[in-house]
Design a protein around this ligand. Structure first.
Ligand SMILES: Nc1ncnc2c1ncn2[C@@H]1O[C@H](COP(=O)(O)OP(=O)(O)OP(=O)(O)O)[C@@H](O)[C@H]1O
Ligand SMILES: [Mg+2]
Length: 265
């Protein structure tokens, strides 16, 4: 962000993050993070374990407090724009002992519309079932969430986000631990969301699929290393800067992709 936006421009930007610093127990994990995202793009957030990717999403969604900085969702603070934002959390971060079935979890995506403690009408249940159908989970509606496999749980969380009909989606590693069919189903959904002009930010680890999946990238390691179109910023130099401390992983990745001619020199 260059600080020269006027109000009208800012209102058109799905996500604008300015000078964001976040610390846990006084130790910063995000430092002076600045970026903005264009509407209708699928944006990858990549970086090594502990880089602050999940924290970045949580700070945007006001789930952790900011030490400093500012986040605007279509020109307004998140708390005013909640209904525009869908979130698929990183799977390990969820307490699955909660005694709810899959349909209940998907219906949570509609609470913004229904209102807490109000009866859930058939109409809403139908909407939830359509979303479950879309992720291939309609047959599991009554199953306890803890009794689903990891990939199935992931699909349910995706359905919960979809049913909300948001304008911006944040997904924290939706492809982790899912089989090839689920990965394909998620990619189809992403294309569908994009074709409807939605903006999707996705934390992602598999470097092989970065070019294929993402229009633009946020390369993060506590600070922003690079941000911009994938075709411009997904370079060896930036990968080195991002993954510098994890050379083995990086070398393997770089070797694999340069062999396939996927990474720009
Ligand atoms: N609740 C917390 N309290 C203290 N430190 C935390 C907390 N959550 C995360 N951290 C630390 O903050 C840093 C960033 O964590 P974060 O979960 O954002 O990383 P990440 O990039 O999502 O990593 P991964 O790829 O492993 O999911 C890490 O060093 C982590 O140990
Ligand atoms: Mg994470």
């Amino acid at each position: 962000m260059n600080g020269i936006h006027n109000v009208e421009d800012v209102n058109k930007i799905p996500v604008l993050v300015h000078d964001l610093t976040v610390a846990y127990h006084h130790k910063p994990v995000l430092w002076d993070v600045d970026f903005e995202v264009e509407e209708g793009q699928i944006v990858g957030i990549i970086g090594p374990n502990g880089a602050g990717k999940s924290t970045l999403i949580k700070a945007i969604l006001e789930l952790v407090s900011k030490t400093s900085g500012r986040v605007l969702i279509y020109g307004e603070p998140y708390r005013k724009q909640r209904s525009l934002v869908g979130y698929v959390p990183q799977r390990e971060s969820v307490d699955w002992d909660f005694p709810v079935n899959a349909l209940d979890v998907v219906l949570m995506g509609l609470y913004g519309k229904i209102g807490w403690c109000r009866p859930v009408t058939k109409n809403y249940k139908d909407l939830a079932m359509v979303a479950m159908e879309r992720v291939g989970m309609a047959d599991y509606a009554k199953r306890q969430i803890s009794q689903l496999s990891g990939g199935q749980q992931q699909r349910i969380f995706l359905a919960r986000a979809l049913v909300q009909d948001a304008k911006i989606y944040f997904m924290d590693e939706p492809f982790v631990g899912v089989d090839a069919a689920t990965e394909k189903a998620i990619v189809t959904i992403l294309h569908d969301l994009k074709s409807k002009g939605k903006t999707v930010l996705i934390v992602h680890h598999t470097l092989q699929t970065v070019k294929q999946y993402f229009d633009s990238l946020i390369m993060l390691n506590m600070r922003i290393v690079a941000t911009g179109l994938t075709s411009e910023v997904f370079t060896q130099k930036n990968l080195h800067k991002t993954y510098g401390g994890r050379l083995t992983l990086l070398e393997e990745a770089v070797q694999a992709y340069t062999r396939e001619g996927r990474i720009d020199e």
